[in-house]
Design a protein around this ligand. Structure first.
Ligand code: TRP
Ligand code: SF4
Length: 404
């Protein structure tokens, strides 16, 4: 497969909130399932993050972790195609977090918008803790440890990817100047082979001497595509090209994907804290029951009142689940009072039941054999740890901590 992005790495994480719902699926997880076949994907359960807001009662933590992993598998994450692991089983996350904390100005963390927002929203909890303030930096460590190119996240996490980029930049600025950088870069150029080395040198000259931006772009994409380069050498050659040092922790980009807004049963956004959810593995009878009582256009009180699909959360579900002709049928029937709300909901009930039925079938073997899940996670943690160790070796060396 000639896919230039095949080697690019993608990383994302989720807090273990317990059973996932259709909002989590359509908002994030479904996208992960697609990405696993296009990129080298790492997906992890951010169990330490759960402690940043829920440190008092940890009695449900373990159960929630396994539920989330089973939901991921039920949704179609394939352990043969992506790496699934737990944050707390890769202690390098903690080490990198600690080291990054040394170079991170307090103001950067205080200015993260979720810091004050969440403290206000979760007033019942004492969030004046060190861990809560530092949680975006823990997230930066989660990310930078794997040197990924893209971070698929929702709108609410963009600020965290942004601070991650700033922290990486600061780290590279402080520690990215290897004493023998030029020599190492020259060696990496030679390793490209005669023809490629000549091309690289020519493009580098064009950029550095004439400021030729297309040459820079060309050289960059040439390095990205070269599958034989080690990560370290690629970073050296990129730095050498631009006249900076080597970037030890490359800056990742957020990957924002268009996701539908998934309405909950009360018409607000589907969210566990609103108790308005349909879970991924909801019982089909429950699905039907819940959807029957779902909020509709409040103006449509009697069967004979016409309604407005634009003001109805059920219609948002039609947009997600129904083909165009069914959407047409529902919208027309609603505006003309030609159909009742129960009738209108019927195709959605069918579609959601079909969806949860697939998830339940996939989940079954994992629910029955928890050791299968443990095995998948153990293997994922091992793989993740190998990658994490490589990064930490570079980080320690760059910081002058590689003595033993
Ligand atoms: N903070 C994220 C959330 O609350 C979860 C998370 C932790 C994460 N570490 C991450 C997401 C790293 C992406 C990358 O949803
Ligand atoms: Fe909503 Fe359908 Fe009822 Fe219209 S007919 S109010 S779209 S459920």
């Amino acid at each position: 497969m000639a896919n230039p992005s095949q080697n690019a790495r993608v990383l994302s994480g989720m807090r273990p909130t317990g059973q996932l719902h259709l909002g989590n699926y359509h908002g994030a997880l479904k996208n992960w399932v697609d990405l696993q076949y296009q990129y080298e994907c790492y997906f992890f359960v951010a169990d330490w993050h759960a402690l940043t807001t829920g440190y008092e009662d940890t009695s449900k933590l373990e159960e929630n972790v396994w539920e989330v992993v089973i939901d991921w598998l039920a949704a179609g994450l394939n352990p043969g195609a992506c790496t699934i692991f737990l944050q707390s089983r890769v202690p390098e996350h903690a080490e990198l977090h600690l080291l990054l904390s040394m170079i991170t100005p307090l103001g950067w963390l205080e200015r993260v918008p979720t810091y004050k927002d969440q403290q206000e929203q979760l007033r019942e909890k004492d969030l004046a803790t060190y861990g809560f303030l530092g949680y975006p930096l823990l997230q930066s460590a989660d990310i930078l440890l794997y040197r990924p190119k893209y971070i698929p996240v929702g709108e609410d996490q963009i600020a965290h990817v942004e601070i991650t980029r700033e922290v990486a930049r600061r780290f590279n600025h402080l520690y990215g100047r290897e004493p023998d950088f030029e020599a190492k870069a020259e060696k990496a150029v030679k390793n490209l082979g005669a023809k490629n080395a000549a091309l690289y040198r020519e493009l580098r000259r064009a950029f550095q001497e004439q400021g030729d931006a297309t040459a820079l772009d060309k050289a960059r994409s040439f390095l990205e595509k070269n599958g034989r380069l080690t990560l370290a050498d690629r970073e050296r050659l990129l730095g050498y090209l631009e006249g900076t040092g080597r970037s030890i922790l490359p800056e990742p980009d957020a990957m924002l994907t268009a996701t539908p807004k998934v309405p909950g049963l009360d018409g607000r956004k589907m969210s566990k804290s609103y108790a308005n959810t349909i879970t991924l593995r909801e019982d089909p009878d429950q699905v039907a029951k819940k959807l029957k009582t779902m909020q509709t256009d409040p103006a449509r009180v009697r069967r004979t009142d016409p309604g407005d699909p634009e003001k109805c959360p059920v219609f948002d579900l039609h947009r997600m689940y129904s083909p165009p002709d069914v959407q047409q049928w529902a919208a027309n029937g609603c505006r003309t009072a030609g159909i009742g709300c129960l009738e209108c909901k019927k195709p959605i009930v069918d579609a959601v039941v079909a969806e949860v039925t697939t998830f339940r079938a996939r989940a079954q073997e994992y629910v029955e054999q928890p050791e299968l899940v443990r095995g998948i996670v153990a293997e994922g943690c091992e793989k993740a740890r190998e990658t994490a160790r490589e990064t930490m070796n570079d980080v320690r060396e760059a910081m002058g901590l590689a003595y033993r």
